[in-house]
Design a protein around this ligand. Structure first.
Ligand SMILES: [Cu+2]
Length: 175
């Protein structure tokens, strides 16, 4: 098949006169390749809310009740994959951690006090102020979540285990 096509192209080139014609002839002799090239363009129009890019974030938490980052940055519209790791050894009953991303303008203090009363749901209270969260993990564990970055802005993230948000907090910046 390849040999046949090369022969066809060579034939066309030989029958034409200029070097410029060579590329033209190649294009004309491969209509199938051209059709394939147009297919991905059509497919792109279908998923309207497709993420514009991928972001991978990793965040550590420890037995000293700390995250290793106070700031996380992503691009608006990107699909974010975040992994929270507990690098300590203490169990989640005494030193449990999670990552909770809050809607812009949420009072961290008010949310944290609601969260502290929501032990049965991993300290995630019901309501609509949580944009994304991991599960509660103990030493040696990790949890990975994927979510679409919210609109441009600065958001608070905390660990909602009782008493942790004072130290375990940071800014999630979408730009
Ligand atoms: Cu914590």
């Amino acid at each position: 098949m390849k040999k046949l096509m090369i022969a066809a192209v060579t034939g066309l080139v030989l029958s034409s006169c200029g070097g410029e014609k060579k590329t033209e002839s190649t294009e004309q002799s491969t209509p199938a390749a051209q059709q394939e090239a147009t297919q991905p363009e059509n497919a792109v129009e279908e998923p309207v809310a497709a993420p514009t890019s991928q972001e991978t974030l990793s965040l550590e938490s420890n037995d000293q009740m700390r995250f290793n980052k106070e700031e996380l940055r992503v691009k608006a519209g990107s699909e974010v994959t975040l992994t929270l790791t507990h690098v300590g050894t203490m169990g989640k009953e005494v030193m449990g951690h999670n990552f909770v991303l809050l809607k812009e303008g949420t009072s961290v203090e008010t949310f944290a006090s609601q969260a502290a009363r929501s032990k049965d749901t991993g300290y995630i209270p019901s309501g609509d102020v949580v944009l994304a969260h991991t599960k509660l993990i103990g030493g040696g564990e990790s949890d990975t979540i994927t979510f679409i970055a919210p609109a441009k802005g600065t958001y608070d993230f905390i660990c909602s285990f009782p008493g942790h948000y004072g130290l375990m907090k940071g800014k999630f910046i979408v730009e």
